[in-house]
Design a protein. Structure first.
Length: 205
């Protein structure tokens, strides 16, 4: 089961907003940031001015309606996965952090999610331009949330892969998936991300 939450930061002159499936606005998600936005920007806060007029545009950007005009944009999508017997050894709640490096030029593709799970399970028949795979061991009783475990597993592989990711074409499609094994003496999390370059001259996109 996938729950998708998108968070967008848009800098114009400047503003940021957020969206989830209930279309909750930023004041409901993080009300303290509406009055303390400067805290997010350190010594550069004096250069930023909150502009309510830009909030609707930020919501459009979060919904991938890319007609918005901005000097600079930041956009983030975050996936939370709830495992079942087909994908997890136990019913665990987890989260896959979308690799945010080069996220402005890549497109999440739900069709690739099953292939990413195959890749995590070492079923290497999957087709991809570039792959990231990580296996991380946790001791029994580790109290970190599944979200923290997945983020920790993907953080450094994605950072190390940046020199390869930057070579991929704009609008490359990607997806991540994984499974959590609790049968042995340790808990083992395996996650994988697949990136596929799309030839738009030969596709429906």
């Amino acid at each position: 089961m996938l729950l998708i939450v998108a968070v967008l930061v848009v800098f114009l002159g400047n503003t940021y907003s957020a969206n989830n499936k209930q279309q909750t606005d930023i004041e409901q998600l993080m009300p303290e940031y509406n009055s303390t936005f400067a805290k997010m920007n350190g010594n550069y806060s004096y250069k930023l001015i909150w502009d309510e007029k830009i909030v609707p545009d930020a919501l459009q950007e979060a919904k991938e309606q890319y007609s918005t005009n901005a000097t600079f944009k930041i956009r983030r999508r975050k996936v939370f996965i709830k495992g079942d017997n087909a994908t997890m050894e136990e019913k665990v709640e987890g989260a896959l952090k979308y690799p945010v490096l080069r996220a402005d030029r890549f497109i999440w593709d739900e069709k690739i999610v099953p292939d990413a799970l195959k890749e995590a399970k070492e079923q290497y028949s999957t087709n991809a331009t570039f792959k990231i795979r990580r296996r991380k061991v946790f001791i029994k009783g580790d109290n970190a949330t599944m979200e923290e475990k997945v983020e920790g597993a993907l953080k450094y592989p994605v950072l190390r892969a940046d020199r390869f990711l930057r070579r991929l074409l704009w609008f490359t499609h990607y997806a991540c998936n994984g499974f959590y094994d609790t049968k042995g003496g340790h808990n083992v999390l395996t996650v994988a991300c697949l990136y596929r370059e799309i030839d738009y001259t030969k596709s429906k996109y």
